[in-house]
Unconditional design. Structure first.
Lengths: 221, 221
């Protein structure tokens, strides 16, 4: 990870964890990113799935995909994009309105994505995306055919220029507010999975890879 | 809501719900947005809290806040921003890799934010943000003082130029894949709250507004 002007955080340096492991943890824990591109000079931010291959490229690679007709995919290969992955871990309620905060882990990745044209890497990138959402899934589906691959753009974004920012722990009030009669603490937040629901036209048993994924995202302890 | 070139969705028109109620529902259900701004020609996407006042302005107002020193706040008042709120409702697993999808509700708002300078509206905007995360909270805290207000920028973004996109329901495979021996269905996703945790230096009982908020975000039925 190479800190640049924009990834050397300008404020709250104590919240910046610049080691790669922190970046990988945020990416591997997440399911979706918000991808920012510039279209006609203005920002466009859209949610999208992603996949990760830590072994691909010098610093690892984030894979993105979309319809070849989508605006963000059309715009992206010619310009710098920003992919942001955020986990909201808790609402931080202080005694003062000012010190209210959020516990979170967030990764921001900048780069000019490479349009993946090699057929093997394209399939690899798509498998990484589907396996990121449900590990093992790519082995239990009909793989994309030539027509489907032609309809899909895959972008590879290097993890070289990236930063991670986190906040955790208790609320922090000013010394002079500690005696105020207001409750202070955390409301923890979690993303959890419900019971997998068969499609109406599917009477197969829920397979192990789907059950494992749902359990991994099970109710918080 | 005024559909413009960028909010008249170019693809998947069947997923575009252009009525205001859908927009309000996504905003009122959400807790955080991803705010996109352009900095030195490149996109920057950061997560941030927001508040909503549907009565303020012709089409309602989204309030954002941040340190006066933060890049996104400094950049935003002079340019169009994009605020995106996303709910991920479920992983959609089809028999074919290609038809994998995500059930989601997403609102995208474009506009040039107005820097709020009127002290009453500034306090109002901040209260909307804290009450959006925990309804009633602004009445149970020490309000911001003059020094804290001076350190905080509040931006007002009109809800005029906005769009909502959603996907719900079962996976949709091609006719010729319906007989394939792969499980297909949904893994539902929910954001839930854990039990509120007192700060170590606070022995007050968890108040009703905090408990109500946590219960609202309780485990899925």
């Amino acid at each position: 990870m190479q800190p640049t002007a924009r990834t050397s955080l300008r404020r709250s340096k104590e919240r910046a964890a610049t080691d790669r492991q922190a970046l990988y943890d945020v990416l591997l824990d997440g399911m979706f990113c918000h991808l920012g591109v510039v279209v006609d000079g203005d920002p466009l931010v859209l949610p999208t799935a992603y996949g990760v291959d830590l072994e691909r490229g010098e610093d690892g690679t984030l894979y993105l995909h979309g319809s070849v007709a989508a605006r963000s995919m059309v715009a992206a290969p010619q310009q710098t994009v920003c992919a942001t992955v955020t986990h909201a871990d808790g609402l931080v309620l202080a005694r003062s309105a000012f010190h209210h905060s959020v516990n979170y882990r967030s990764a921001v990745i900048f780069g000019v994505p490479r349009l993946v044209t090699d057929p093997d890497e394209k399939l690899h990138g798509l498998n990484r995306i589907v396996d990121h959402l449900v590990p093992g899934r790519s082995l239990s589906v009909r793989p994309p055919n030539r027509k489907e691959l032609a309809k899909t753009s895959v972008l590879a974004l290097s993890l070289t220029e990236a930063s991670v920012k986190t906040r955790s722990g208790a609320a922090g009030d000013d010394e002079e507010d500690l005696g105020l009669p207001y409750w202070t603490g955390i409301i923890p937040l979690h993303v959890v999975a419900g019971e997998p629901e068969n499609n109406p036209d599917c009477d197969l048993l829920v397979p192990a890879h789907v059950r494992t994924r749902a359990n991994l995202l099970g109710a918080p302890s």
